[in-house]
Design a protein around this ligand. Structure first.
Ligand code: CA
Ligand code: CA
Length: 247
């Protein structure tokens, strides 16, 4: 690569990073009502606890972002077992660590909502859970970072997350004894203002009941720069290159 191209790419990348710094983040804590995260500007999706089992879908009409500001983005959660799992990272002598600790608060990582393929409790099956986001902007790309954890187990509890808008992506995370790993998909565009996340057992999951988990999620998005702004950024970058090389 010529140095000219190298400089151009470096400056363009810097411009993208600068732009990304203005991204909005929306956090979700899926699980119990005894470890809520609203105090950290999360959106709690509580499926059971002291208040009893909540009927699904669980609907949040207007979520908040990480500053506590209303987003106008709605959430509907359905299809999961009607009860949470409180046995995530932070229980059983474990603690949240690494990338997961850097991204999510402990109260969001310790509990989950979950699906199961075989019969469990009083449920024959709940093989697929759905998280539906609404009120999104079809011209914006949305990124998703996901955590799930079930400690104290000896099998594989890989979970498959399929994120679908006008495009789609699939990612996987083994929740078994996970205290640090995240998974993510990026660049999903809504269709008719909506993106759906399906949660189900992954192909490497060896659990006899086929448990799959969703513990915490962050959604990131940024304003789309106007074409004129992009053009100015490009011209500015070129100007910088010429000053660097020829002055
Ligand atoms: Ca929680
Ligand atoms: Ca949680």
């Amino acid at each position: 690569m010529s140095s000219f191209k190298g400089w151009f790419l470096a400056i363009a990348f810097t411009a993208i990073l600068a732009h990304s710094s203005s991204a909005t983040s929306v956090y979700f804590d899926f699980g119990y009502d005894n470890s809520t995260s609203a105090g950290s500007n999360y959106n709690d999706v509580i499926i059971d606890g002291a208040g009893g089992v909540r009927p699904q879908p669980i609907v949040l009409a207007n979520t908040i972002d990480s500053t506590g500001a209303s987003t106008g983005i709605g959430l509907s959660v359905s299809g999961f077992f009607p009860g949470g799992n409180p046995n995530g990272a932070g229980t059983g002598g474990t603690s949240l660590s690494g990338a997961a600790a850097a991204t999510f608060v402990a109260s969001s990582a310790v509990d989950n909502v979950f699906t199961h393929v075989a019969a469990f409790g009083n449920q024959a099956t709940n093989p697929k859970g759905f998280v539906v986001l609404s009120g999104l902007n079809d011209s914006k790309a949305y990124d998703f970072t996901i955590f799930a954890s079930r400690v104290g187990v000896g099998d594989n509890r890989e979970t498959k997350y399929t994120v679908t808008g006008s495009n789609s992506a699939i990612t996987y995370l083994n929740a078994a004894n996970n205290t640090s790993n995240l998974t993510a998909v990026t660049g999903i565009y809504p269709t008719a203002g909506s993106i759906t996340i399906n949660v189900e057992k992954g192909p490497n999951n060896s659990n006899g009941t086929g448990f799959a988990y969703l513990g915490a999620m962050r959604m990131d998005y940024a304003a789309v720069p106007e074409p004129t702004t992009l053009g100015l950024m490009g011209l500015s970058s070129l100007g910088l290159i010429f000053r660097r090389r020829f002055v």
